[in-house]
Design a protein around this ligand. Structure first.
Ligand code: GLA
Length: 431
C-alpha cells in the first residue's frame, strides 16, 4: 500500500470509531437562548427579545465586553426556532430570512471576531420540538456539512419526532458526519433524555464515544423546584451517571437560570455550586444585557468556576443526606484538592451543621480551607476536629479543600504557583 492509502484507511477507521474532535476537555461554558427566550419569534412587537441575529449579536457583545469570555464563557448558542419553515432548493437548512437577514456565516464571523464560538440547534426527527424542519436520517450528512460550511462550533441535536430505532442510528451517524467535515464541532446529544436517562435503554459508554455532552433528563424551568428536581435526579442516579463523565464527555443537567426570575441569591449560589460539583456544562440562559449585580457575582465567581473546570474532570458525588435536610457533596480535584458543598433543603433559618472532615472520608491530616462564596481562607482544620457551618435555607456553603502539609512541601519544592488552576483561580493563601 502506498502511504496515501495507509493514511486514508487509518483516517476512515478512526473516523468511524468515535467522536474525535479533542474538544471540551473541561465542561463547556457559554450562553444558550432556550430557557430565557424560548420560541419568541415576534420581532415586530418584541424586537429586543425575539430569536433573531440581533439577540445573538447582543449576547456576543456582552460575553466579550463584560468579562465573561476571560472566565471561560465562550459559546453563544442558538436553540430552536431559528430556521425557516422550509429547506432551500438544495435541501439545506436555512435561517428565517426576516430574523436572520445577514445569514448564519455572518453571525459566526461576528461571534468569532469577538473570540467566541457559535453553537446551533438541530433535531433528529421529522421536526424540531418547536415544529421547524428536523434532520431525518437521510439529511444527517447534508446538515453536518451545512453547519461546518457556516463556521458553526457546536451542535445541540434534539430528539423530538423520532423513535428509539431512528435515534440509535441517527446520533452515531451525526457524530461521524461531524467528524467527516473536518471542522471541530462540539456535539451535544439529547438522546438519553428521550430514553429515560438510565440503562439498559441508555448506553453511557457509547455516548462517551460519540458525544461531548448529553442531556440526561427533562428541561429546566425558571423555578427553584425545577433546579431541585433536576439535582435530585442526578444525585439519586450518581452511581450510573458519575462514571460516565470525564474530559470530553459530560452529563448535562441543563442550563443555569441564575439571573432570571425564579431563584433567590442563595438558590443561585446553590445551582452554581451543585452544577460545579456535577462537572456540568455551564450554559447561562438569561439576559446578559440587564443582569443584576448579585447574579453576576455568582456566575463570575472564580472559585466555583475553577472547581467546575478542574482539569482532572472527575464528576462529584453526594456523600450524605441527613435527616435534618442537610446534604453534603464532594468532588475530587487536581493537586490532591477537593470541593465540598454543604446544602440545606430547610425552609426555617440558617442551620448550624456540625461534622468533621474525617466523617466525610478525608484521610488523616491538616487541611487548608477556602470558602468560595465568602471569598476568604478559613483557619486550617484537622481531619478529626469537629467544625460547624451555618447554611442558609435553600443555600450552600462551598469549600475548596487541600492538604496543608503537602502544600507546604510542594510549595517549597515547586514554588507557590502549584495550586493555580488553569491560571484562573488561586486561593489567596496559596500565593
Ligand atoms: C426540547 C429541549 C429544550 C429545547 C426545546 C426547543 O424541549 O429539551 O432544551 O431545546 O426542545 O424546542
Amino acid at each position: 500500500m502506498t502511504s496515501a492509502v495507509v493514511f486514508f484507511v487509518l483516517a476512515v477507521s478512526v473516523g468511524t470509531l468515535a467522536l474525535d474532535n479533542g474538544l471540551m476537555r473541561t465542561p463547556p461554558m457559554g450562553w444558550l437562548a432556550w430557557e430565557r427566550f424560548r420560541c419568541d419569534i415576534d420581532c415586530d412587537h418584541d424586537p429586543k427579545n425575539c430569536i433573531s441575529e440581533k439577540l445573538f449579536m447582543d449576547m456576543a457583545d456582552r460575553l466579550a465586553e463584560d468579562g465573561w469570555r476571560e472566565l471561560g464563557y465562550e459559546y453563544v448558542n442558538i436553540d430552536d426556532c431559528w430556521s425557516s419553515m422550509e429547506r432551500d432548493a438544495n435541501g439545506r437548512l436555512q435561517p428565517d430570512p426576516k430574523r436572520f437577514p445577514s445569514g448564519i456565516p455572518h453571525l459566526a464571523q461576528y461571534v468569532h471576531d469577538r473570540g467566541l464560538k457559535l453553537g446551533i440547534y438541530g433535531d433528529l426527527g421529522t421536526h424540531t420540538c418547536g415544529g421547524y424542519p428536523g434532520t431525518t436520517l437521510d439529511k444527517v450528512a447534508t446538515d453536518a456539512q451545512t453547519f461546518a460550511d457556516w463556521g458553526i462550533d457546536m451542535l445541540k441535536l434534539d430528539g423530538c419526532y423520532s423513535n428509539a430505532t431512528e435515534q440509535e442510528q441517527g446520533y452515531p451517524l451525526m457524530s461521524k458526519a461531524l467528524n467527516a467535515t473536518g471542522r471541530p464541532i462540539g456535539y451535544s446529544c439529547s438522546w438519553p433524555a428521550y430514553q429515560g436517562g438510565l440503562p439498559p435503554k441508555v448506553n453511557y459508554t457509547l455516548l462517551g464515544e460519540i458525544c461531548n455532552l448529553w442531556r440526561n433528563y427533562g428541561d429546566i424551568q425558571d423555578s427553584w423546584s425545577s433546579v431541585l428536581s433536576i439535582a435530585d435526579w442526578f444525585f439519586d442516579n450518581q452511581d450510573i451517571l458519575q462514571p460516565a463523565a470525564g474530559p470530553g464527555r459530560w452529563n448535562d443537567p441543563d442550563m443555569l437560570i441564575i439571573g432570571d426570575f425564579g431563584l433567590s441569591v442563595d438558590q443561585s449560589r446553590s445551582q452554581m455550586a451543585l452544577w460545579a460539583i456535577m462537572a456540568a456544562p455551564l450554559f447561562m440562559s438569561n439576559d446578559l444585557r440587564s443582569l443584576d449585580s448579585r447574579s453576576r457575582a455568582v456566575l463570575q465567581n472564580k472559585g466555583v468556576i475553577a472547581i467546575n473546570q478542574d482539569p482532572l474532570g472527575v464528576q462529584g458525588r453526594r456523600l450524605i443526606k441527613e435527616q435534618s435536610g442537610v446534604e453534603v457533596f464532594w468532588r475530587p480535584l487536581s493537586s490532591d484538592a477537593s470541593a465540598l458543598v454543604f446544602f440545606s433543603r430547610r425552609e426555617d433559618m440558617p442551620f448550624r451543621y456540625q461534622t468533621s472532615l474525617k466523617k466525610l472520608n478525608y484521610t488523616a491530616g491538616v487541611y487548608q480551607i477556602y470558602d468560595i462564596y465568602q471569598e476568604k481562607a478559613l483557619s486550617p482544620i484537622k481531619d478529626v476536629s469537629d467544625f460547624v457551618v451555618s447554611i442558609n435555607p435553600s443555600g450552600v456553603v462551598m469549600w475548596y479543600v487541600y492538604p496543608a502539609k503537602k502544600m507546604h512541601r510542594d510549595a517549597m519544592l515547586y514554588g507557590p504557583s502549584l495550586h493555580r488552576h488553569g491560571n484562573r483561580f488561586a486561593p489567596p493563601t496559596h500565593l
